[in-house]
Structure formats: C-alpha cells, structure tokens
Ligand binder design. Structure first.
Ligand code: AMP
Length: 112
C-alpha cells in the first residue's frame, strides 16, 4: 500500500482541496510553488505507463478532474502546469499515479 492508498482509505490524513466520485486532490506536503496540489484517481493506476491498460473514462476523468480543481482554485486565468513524474529518472517517489498541479508564480521552462 502506498501513502496515497492510505490517504484514500482514510488511514492517514491529507490536506484535501477537492474530492468527487473519481478523484481526490490535496496539497503537496513539500510545495514547489505557491499552489502545489496532487490529483489522484480513486481507481488505482501505479504509473503513467499503466494508462494504456485503463479505460478511457478513468484516464479522462483524472485529467478533467485536475482542470476542475484548477478552476476551483482560480488559477486558470494566470495559468498553471500539470506534471506527471513517471519512473526513476523522473523522480517518481510514490507508486500511485498523481498529477502535480503547480501555479501561483511564473514557472521556469524546462523543468530541471
Ligand atoms: P513524485 O515525486 O512525483 O512521486 O511526487 C510525490 C509527491 O508526494 C512529492 O511532491 C511529495 O512532496 C508528496 N508527498 C509526500 N508525502 C506527502 C504527504 N503526506 N502529503 C502530501 N504530499 C506528500
């Protein structure tokens, strides 16, 4: 069980910003920007790599959910970045797929 499985199960707390039937969004514990929210699907996928095996609805709802969270946070006007770290070189540390939603300052490109 990963940290995010435990959050979904209510076994450990999270700083929730949004939840619906399909996704959970919460503030990152180590924010890299004024807004740093993680968005996870309730239907578990370990890695971005696993998305081809998922139904299109699960995939779509994760991304639609992230866009909804961004709107709710009011960051769509100035803009934001959505990132997925997949695997070791990308520094994925939690084996439960999550979208990083970053905003609140001008973001540098490319990411390090
Ligand atoms: P990644 O490196 O893409 O796997 O991202 C994992 C993210 O989870 C990191 O940005 C961590 O700061 C974040 N994280 C780790 N523990 C917690 C926690 N208890 N609550 C919220 N975010 C966490």
């Amino acid at each position: 069980m990963t940290l995010f499985d435990k959050m979904l199960a209510g076994e450990i707390p999270c700083d929730k910003v949004y939840e619906d039937d399909d996704i959970l969004a919460f503030n990152d514990i180590n924010p890299q920007a004024p807004v740093h929210v993680l968005v996870i699907p309730k239907h578990k996928v370990a890695r971005f790599d696993g998305l081809p095996e998922q139904d299109a609805e699960t995939v779509g709802r994760l991304f639609q959910g992230a866009a909804r969270v961004a709107r709710q946070l009011g960051i769509q006007e100035n803009g934001y970045r959505v990132i997925v770290n997949n695997g070791r070189d990308a520094q994925q540390t939690v084996e439960y797929i999550h979208l990083h939603l970053l905003a609140g300052r001008p973001l540098k490109w490319p990411p390090g």
